[in-house]
Design a protein around this ligand. Structure first.
Ligand SMILES: Cc1ncc(COP(=O)(O)O)c(C=O)c1O
Length: 386
């Protein structure tokens, strides 16, 4: 008798996510395969992780080589892979970001940013955006607007206030001499694919500088080519004081990073991590960055995103209020609930994501091709056309 993996997860796992009734066992490029061998077009990419595609051969080869060479080395010793990755990250980030701290997830990168902002400014408070999402640890969840994520865990880290995106007067009213940092996503992922306006971000940068608050940009979901540039900051000609990274950074291996400007200085011993910057993740990240560059995946994200949008709009979509898109970060604001549409897409062999109750979010691997996008479009048109 074959193993019932669903039953094992339900029985022994902590149920924190509503699950779809499918067991995935293999991935390649933009495709996933379930235990029966059925193929799916993956427009979730592990929630924005598999930007270079599932099991990219260069990433697999780099990992295999590294695993047989060295898997762990503490941060008290130097390491070849870590040093090369630090150099690479700083070289491809906005110019003013000169150093990186390596960790294991997005929420850890955010946590470090919040701590470092207090140390660098001597101030205690933070301003973040309504509908923003920054993670699940105590600091990151305190920074996250949605009440259902925060309220069960009160009391939270004090000092957070939340302002609507794209309203500079509201931000100006919230930032004062106690504000250590303003933290924003340039495209809110979990909050509904809401895109920050260029003029707003320019005004935010100016305001933070004038008032002595640091500007942290959370690129955990937007980074590594997703929006059509290596980092979304490039769309805005923006130099943040800190930038958080994770998700797609290492081709599927868990990793996070925080990039810092010279305004942010910390002392040895103030913060740390056992696994952060481990040689496996660093080797995976180096290979991932190399693939993003050599295959020009950020440009491809914009080309494929534009193609998808143009094809999608060829037919009327009665159930869709609006489409928001930057590169291959796509949100369809629906007139009704998203969950039944996600279930129907799964039945048709397409994996997609929600972003709130009524937004259907697509974050396909950047290697997805036109034929695969055509298929996704056909299913969406069939489901949302009337
Ligand atoms: C913008 C943003 N920040 C932070 C996080 C948290 O990252 P992680 O789940 O790796 O802790 C996420 C995850 O979805 C995210 O989208």
């Amino acid at each position: 008798m074959s193993t019932d993996y669903r039953q094992l997860e339900q029985h022994y796992g902590v149920t924190l996510y509503p699950k779809r009734d499918v067991v995935m066992v293999r991935g390649a490029g933009a495709l996933l395969y379930d235990e029966a061998g059925r193929e799916y077009i993956d427009c979730a990419a592990g929630i924005g992780v598999a930007n270079v595609g599932h099991c990219h051969p260069d990433v697999v080869a780099a990992l295999q080589a590294q695993i047989s060479r060295l898997m762990v080395v503490p941060n008290t010793l130097y390491n070849d892979q870590r040093s090369l990755l630090l150099e690479k990250l700083v070289q491809c980030a906005p110019e003013n970001l000169t150093r990186a701290y390596l960790c294991n997830s997005g929420t850890e990168a955010v946590e470090a940013a919040l701590k470092f902002a207090r140390v660098a400014t001597g101030r205690t408070n933070y301003v973040t955006a309504m509908r923003g999402f920054h993670g699940r640890t105590m600091g990151a969840v305190s920074a996250t607007f949605t009440k259902k994520y925060r309220d069960p865990f009160a009391p939270l880290v004090p000092g957070f206030s939340y302002v609507p995106l794209n309203k500079i007067d509201k931000l100006a009213a919230a930032v004062d001499e106690h504000t250590a940092a303003v933290m924003l996503e340039l495209v809110q992922g979990e909050g509904g694919v809401n895109i920050a306006e260029r003029e707003y971000i320019a005004a935010v940068r100016k305001l933070c500088t004038e008032r002595g608050a640091l500007l942290i940009i959370d690129e955990i979901q937007t980074g590594f080519g997703r929006t059509g540039k290596l980092f979304a900051c490039e769309h805005y000609d923006l130099q943040p004081d800190m930038m958080t990274l994770a998700k797609a950074i290492a081709g599927g291996v868990p990793m996070g990073a925080l990039l810092l400007s010279e305004r942010v200085q910390v002392e040895p011993g103030m913060h740390g991590t056992t696994f952060g910057g481990n040689p496996m993740a660093c080797a995976g990240a180096l290979a991932t960055l190399s693939v993003l560059e050599t295959a020009a995946l950020p440009q491809r994200a914009e080309e494929m995103g534009a193609y998808f949008e143009q094809r999608l709009m060829e037919k009327p979509l009665a159930q869709v209020r609006s489409v928001r898109r930057l590169g291959l970060m796509i949100g369809l604001e629906l007139k009704g609930k998203v969950q039944p549409v996600l279930a129907a897409l799964l039945e048709r062999g397409v994996i997609a994501l929600p972003a709130g109750a009524t937004v259907l979010r697509l974050l396909p691997p950047l290697v997805i091709n036109k034929a695969q996008l055509d298929e996704v479009v056909a299913h969406l048109q069939a489901l949302l056309g009337e």
